[in-house]
Design a protein around this ligand. Structure first.
Ligand code: ATP
Ligand code: MG
Length: 353
């Protein structure tokens, strides 16, 4: 018996008010303590006096007794977690342009190439399809992907004057407002920014933009967890983050780095959840088949380990890459890939009220 086995057992406990998702998937399992003759599980509830508390505690205990009752005593405790802190929105003068944006959310990962930009672009389109007003700022100075992924390469955003200040007008496509540093570089020209310059360019691309009133502004963060990230988090009042990962266990250490960047004392922003990208492979010609080539349940285990919700799982489908390359995001369609993004968008919107 180990933590993994306990989490597997608890995965059978479904939350009746959350579309029957499991308490593990919902990030409610805050800790698991195992001693020689006792297992103690702590479940986290977001509000006091949740009417389902007793039911879920009972169901969790029953699952543990069913699976390990012969070996040990099982105890299930509860804690009430505070509501996520809303970002301190005391805006400086130079943050005037973002005052009508309800939620600014960073899309981050510890590691590069896990599909962060793919998730960000598709999540933006999916939120727009659900009727939200959405913008996306591509903050990847070193490898901006939004122009290609939305087929807006070579377009040049206009500038407008707002009193003394010049503002960049975001591009509009697929119902989303897009901004990327890629619009300011010649095609094929490598962007070579040194630290402080990159930070300033980025701040400008978020703060000096004529965003309309928005429900969500997603910020596609550059890969890694370096100075640029810290500087961005200090200067842009992001409310919290969504972390993108792939299911391999080797990725856990990287994900942890990504999560810790936001949980760091001086930053202290909530993680709204984990998105497991490339969760399984589905061949185009057999849309019902799932091949877990990177292992099964990696995302759920990672989420449980970090005490965050698994917000969504996105399969590897050829069309997702092709849509990324052609600039027509998969989330605009009604295939299984599109619906996976719509579902993710729905959960995030629900989470943020
Ligand atoms: N679910 C998926 N199915 C198929 N292909 C995918 C999927 N997710 C991402 N890809 C492909 O993988 C590649 C890398 O994705 P993407 O550029 O989104 O990663 P990233 O994390 O933003 O990378 P970087 O760290 O360089 O910014 C792209 O070619 C993309 O089309
Ligand atoms: Mg990217």
């Amino acid at each position: 018996m180990d933590k993994k086995a306990i989490l597997e057992s608890l995965s059978s406990v479904q939350h009746p008010a959350k579309q029957d998702r499991s308490i593990v998937e919902l990030g409610m399992v805050q800790s698991v303590d195992i001693s020689a003759d006792k297992v103690t599980v702590t479940l986290a509830f977001p509000k006091k006096r949740d009417p389902l508390t007793e039911y879920l505690v009972g169901a969790a205990r029953a699952a543990l007794i069913r699976d390990f009752g012969k070996d040990v005593e099982a105890e299930v405790k509860t804690v009430v977690t505070e509501a996520p802190k809303t970002a301190k929105r005391t805006l400086n003068l130079d943050q005037e342009q973002i005052k009508d944006i309800k939620h600014i959310i960073g899309i981050a990962s510890g590691k590069g190439g896990v599909g962060k930009s793919t998730v960000a672009v598709n999540l933006a389109c999916a939120l727009a399809r659900l009727g939200y007003r959405v913008g996306l700022a591509d903050a990847d100075v070193y490898g901006p992907s939004v122009p290609v992924m939305t087929a807006t390469e070579g377009e040049q955003p206009e500038a407008v004057m707002n009193g003394e200040q010049e503002l960049i007008v975001p591009l509009q496509k697929y119902g989303v407002e897009w901004m990327s540093i890629g619009y300011f570089a010649e095609k094929g020209q490598a962007l070579i920014w040194r630290g402080p310059m990159a930070c300033n360019a980025l701040k400008q691309m978020i703060l000096q933009v004529a965003w309309g009133p928005l429900d969500f502004l997603l910020v596609d963060m550059p890969p890694g967890t370096g100075d640029i990230h810290i500087s961005l988090l200090q200067d842009i009042p992001m409310e919290g983050a969504v972390i993108v990962t792939t299911p391999q266990t080797v990725a856990l250490a990287d994900v942890e780095k990504g999560v810790n960047m936001f949980r760091n004392k001086s930053i202290d922003r909530p993680i709204f959840g984990l998105v497991e990208n490339m969760a399984w492979f589905t061949p185009e010609e057999h849309p019902d088949e799932k091949y877990y080539i990177f292992g099964k349940n990696g995302g759920a285990e990672m989420a449980a380990e970090l005490g965050v919700e698994l917000l969504g799982q996105i399969p590897i489908v050829q069309s997702i890459r092709e849509c990324g390359d052609s600039g027509e995001p998969a989330a605009l369609g009604n295939g299984p890939d599109g619906l996976a993004f719509i579902q993710l968008a729905g959960r995030l919107a629900e989470k943020l009220g």
